[in-house]
Design a protein around this ligand. Structure first.
Ligand SMILES: C[S@@+](CC[C@H](N)C(=O)[O-])C[C@H]1O[C@@H](n2cnc3c(N)ncnc32)[C@H](O)[C@@H]1O
Length: 218
């Protein structure tokens, strides 16, 4: 089975329709490209902003900070005006965590974003309070476990957004280009089945970026 990708002309067109981003975004995009650090597509960043606006979210949890790109999309959202938003973001890799802290400082969002260093599996049960918006973008092979851990912290009416759920289309045909990707593909597929069967939420899956699942807790 070949990879399934959104046609390039459609992606380019959608990206052209996005508002201009501050130069800091280009700097992080460059750094990620140079150092092979994964990051959300800009159109997914814009989707997060729109969803945050619809939900009027204030307490946000992110799994997988990377070097801070997606958290900055959320923190510097023009749609946040009038709301006191707080973003808690979790990252297991020390170097990425430190680079993210640097960018949060540079962007002047240290009062908005709280980065935490550690394994999300261990950190989530230690978090205080609940969240009205969760963005899941950490290890794909752990998505089912992350979901189980995050679920009790998501408020009724809360929104859960999960990135990379189509994985180049591999989850559709249960195809993996190399053996070490098998677990990841199987676990993401398992998560999608879990979301489908779950009576406590509504889910839709969009073929945007690498596939985004959007869920709302009943
Ligand atoms: C796709 S990247 C995140 C990109 C980021 N959301 C962005 O768009 O800028 C996934 C990140 O999750 C981190 N990660 C993987 N497993 C983790 C875990 N168990 N707990 C916390 N972070 C984890 C990785 O180190 C990696 O930086």
């Amino acid at each position: 089975m070949a990879e399934i990708k959104i046609p390039e002309n459609i992606v380019n067109f959608i990206q052209q329709l996005l508002p201009e981003r501050p130069p800091l975004f280009a700097e992080i995009e460059e750094e990620c490209k140079r150092d092979y650090i994964p990051l959300i597509e800009p159109e997914v960043g814009q989707l997060l902003r729109v969803l945050l606006g619809i939900k009027q979210a204030e307490r946000i949890l992110e799994l997988g900070t990377g070097i801070g790109y997606s958290a900055l999309w959320m923190a510097l959202n023009p749609g946040n005006e009038g709301r006191q938003i707080k973003i808690t973001t979790l990252e297991i890799d020390q170097s990425r965590y430190e680079r993210a802290c640097h960018y949060f400082q540079k962007a002047g969002v240290t009062t908005v974003v709280t980065p935490l260093l550690g394994d999300a599996n261990k950190l989530i049960p230690q978090l205080e309070g609940t969240f009205d918006f969760v963005f899941m973008d950490a290890a794909k092979g752990q998505y089912p476990e992350f979901f189980q851990k995050v679920w009790p912290l998501l408020e009724p009416g809360g929104v859960l957004v999960i990135d990379n759920v189509l994985m180049n289309g591999w989850v559709i045909d249960m195809y993996w280009p190399e053996r070490r990707k098998k677990t990841m593909v199987c676990r993401v597929r398992k998560l999608l089945e879990m979301l489908k069967e779950h009576s406590g939420l509504l889910t839709t899956t969009l073929p945007l970026g690498d596939g985004v699942a959007i869920c709302v807790k009943k």
